[in-house]
Design a protein around this ligand. Structure first.
Ligand code: SF4
Length: 340
């Protein structure tokens, strides 16, 4: 059976794709010709972080393969229900930096706006899976308070749209916020952290590009792909469209056990990204969020993989290996520990 025909969305509109995401893991397993016992699926009613995956992303999974690296990123298994020491609901302690609903101020010079309270896809390793987006919804009036906070601090020169996934918001909301922040004289850059160009690539519309490039700000889009199989022709096109419009396009990946903990896989990811105009930026170690221990790669192994990767690729294709440490004012590079 043709895999694409099986899962293809009948309409290409991105909002329709968003409305059509698969929310029942058993349905997904049927589509992939898998049985629940092959994947150690947990009971759906035990899930606090719901299951969500777009059909476009499912189309890149292999039929009948319970170890598919895309499937493993989104499938809720019994492993995520076991509490592990050292894993918490808020591993980066963002609550302390949550200065206002909709605004997180962790680092000097930039603030993060939680534009949307949901994503198109729910990645089981996500460090914000327990974040209370409901308490963080500023509402229409609240966005003005966020803008006022930024305006009152002339050291802030970069705004980061995050979430959830900020690009699930409609263009009209993005336009309203962009219009307000672009009027602040100290703001130079708008960075958007999003997985939409990878999971629903048709989100990168002409209208979105026009909105971004007309903002007068330098635009950086940081996408999130962990495995080369995530990048098909439609994703390549979405990355290219942004690049051609003059947007800086970067990728951040998370090092995940049994998914991309292999220098050959990561090298292929870097090659595919760069061929589409996107630079590999960060390779994050896992943030120890409750329910994600089965994805963890030990630091010594992470170093080894990164060193092997740097021996395969030119330096500009090797993402920085980093971890986040709560309270530290930047990502912390994980340096090589080798004596020559
Ligand atoms: S798309 Fe990003 S924010 Fe959303 S669940 Fe995945 S990792 Fe988390």
């Amino acid at each position: 059976m043709n895999q694409h025909r099986l899962v293809k969305n009948p309409r290409s509109d991105w909002q329709q794709s968003l409305a059509d995401v698969i929310t029942n893991p058993n349905r997904l397993l049927e589509m992939l010709h898998l049985k629940p016992e092959q994947v150690d699926l947990c009971a759906i009613d035990s899930l606090k972080f719901p299951f969500r995956v777009p059909r476009e992303y499912v189309a890149r999974m292999r039929l009948g393969d319970p170890r598919d690296p895309l499937l493993l990123q989104i499938l809720p298994t019994k492993q995520e229900l076991s509490a592990m020491p050292g894993y918490s609901h808020d591993p980066l302690q963002e609550e302390k930096a949550n200065k206002l609903p909709g605004l997180i101020h962790k680092y000097k010079g930039r603030v993060l706006l939680t534009i949307a309270g949901a994503c198109a896809i729910n990645c089981r390793y996500c460090f914000r899976q327990h974040f209370s987006y409901e308490d963080n919804n500023p509402g229409r009036a609240g966005w003005q308070k966020v803008v006022d906070y930024v305006a009152a601090d002339p050291t802030i020169n970069e705004i980061i749209f995050s979430g959830g996934d900020p690009l699930i918001a409609k263009d009209s909301l993005l336009a309203q916020i962009i219009e307000r922040i672009s009027k602040l004289p100290q703001i130079k850059r708008l960075r958007i952290h999003t997985r939409l160009p990878v999971v629903i690539p048709q989100r990168v519309t002409d209208e979105l590009i026009t909105l971004l490039i007309n903002s007068g700000l330098q635009i950086i889009v940081v996408v999130h792909a962990n495995h080369p199989n995530e990048i098909d022709a439609s994703v390549e096109e979405s990355l290219f469209v942004m690049r051609r419009a003059g947007i800086t396009v970067l990728n951040q990946a998370v090092l995940l056990k049994n998914i991309n903990d292999d220098p050959i896989v990561l090298a292929e990811l870097s090659e595919k990204l760069f061929a589409s105009g996107c630079l590999p930026y960060y390779l994050h170690t896992l943030d120890k969020v409750m329910g994600s221990a089965h994805f963890d790669v030990e630091i010594s192994r992470a170093r080894e993989i990164h060193w092997q990767l740097s021996q395969i690729l030119p330096g500009y294709l090797v993402p920085k290996l980093v971890k986040e440490v709560p309270g530290v004012l930047s990502k912390v590079p994980i340096n090589l520990d080798i004596n020559f």
